[in-house]
Design a protein. Structure first.
Lengths: 193, 193
DNA sequence: TAAAAATTAGACTGATTGGTTTAATTAAAA
DNA sequence: TTTTAATTAAACCAATCAGTCTAATTTTTA
């Protein structure tokens, strides 16, 4: 049977709440209400708000890693098109909240990255993990001759993904996908060979 | 003579404090301490924390606008090189705080852009104002044949500036300029014709 | 089944939040 | 110079913050 509440469920609520509202703007009480748990249970699972945020990021990083990995190993498409499909999908996922929130990793990086070393370390690890997944696919595309190879696969991966983070910043202002689409169009033009 | 405190000085302190620490992470009391003013004076000048943030952004937007405008009208260099000089300079400015803070406009956009309509409207106006300055210079470069013209000047402007915003997100994790430099190298290669 | 451990529950705490209030002081306008 | 308005000053307020505490309950282990 197990106990009443599942850590995983609280992390899921926390992910959603923090992604949409930010870190400092969200109090523990909001998490408790959204997850419908008493404070004692929260602090039974998590040592502090910061520890919670860390686990939320980890949770998200692992799920996203799996998703990226699956999208980039779909052998029905070429590497370049697999990349395009991934970002097409990531862009589409923002429709759910009217393009208001973006990616929790980027949000946290911008909000507290420069101030909180433990959290920025976690964010960096997750990010680099994704980059290696991207770089593998890009490398494949370079060998096939469909992606330019005057820059390393890892550099291109980082260029692509930081690019969409910049576009998220603008997306939040306008609440539409125009900037994401423009970024998509131009980036994939620039990296094709 | 005038009164004891100057609104402009408080805005300058506010700009610095909020840029480095975020919006929700900074309380009015911190601003009061940093600016060395009593609470009564603050609320004499500003209606609320949100109003204050709005005026801080406006203040920054105008100063930055002037700076961008000057850099982009330096006729000793070609348009393409003026752009490069501008971003070289913007990157360098981040050394002061060990690449931990980035741009207040981008930070605020990411932290509260999706939640606060009045503030996101201000941010958007300032951003677009900059974009028109950039686009004018890019247009010039396109006519000279040194910047690719298969995308509109405004689209390229937006692409460039959202690009550096993405790089800021990464810069905050690593606290160095590597990502900024990589972004710079690749972007200016991609947009040259 | 008995004992130990983990979890649930929410009242409580001290510090901090954005903002108000009232009085004293200073500068500008008449 | 007198009156009015703006500014300075800081004590004060209700609400909220992250986190603690103790007791009851439930699950696991022995």
């Amino acid at each position: 049977m197990g106990y009443k509440y599942q850590k995983k469920d609280i992390l899921k609520i926390g992910y959603d709440t923090i992604r949409k509202n930010g870190y400092h703007n969200v109090g523990i009480n909001t998490i408790l209400q959204n997850a419908n748990i008493p404070k004692g249970s929260f602090y039974n699972f998590f040592a502090s708000k910061e520890d919670f945020a860390q686990q939320v990021l980890q949770f998200y990083g692992e799920n996203s890693g799996k998703f990226i990995s699956e999208m980039l190993s779909d052998k029905r498409h070429s590497p370049y098109n697999r990349l395009k499909n991934l970002y097409r999908e990531l862009i589409s996922q923002n429709e759910e909240d009217q393009y208001a929130s973006g990616c929790i990793l980027n949000n946290m990086a911008n909000e507290i990255g420069g101030l909180n070393k433990p959290l920025s370390t976690v964010i960096d690890k997750i990010f680099m993990n994704w980059m290696y997944l991207l770089a593998d696919c890009i490398k494949e595309g370079q060998l096939l001759g469909e992606i330019r190879d005057d820059h390393s696969a890892l550099e291109l991966a980082e260029y692509i993904h930081t690019g969409i983070y910049g576009a998220y910043s603008r997306m939040k202002m306008t609440h539409d996908r125009l900037y994401l689409d423009n970024w998509f169009k131009m980036t994939f033009e620039f990296i094709s060979s």
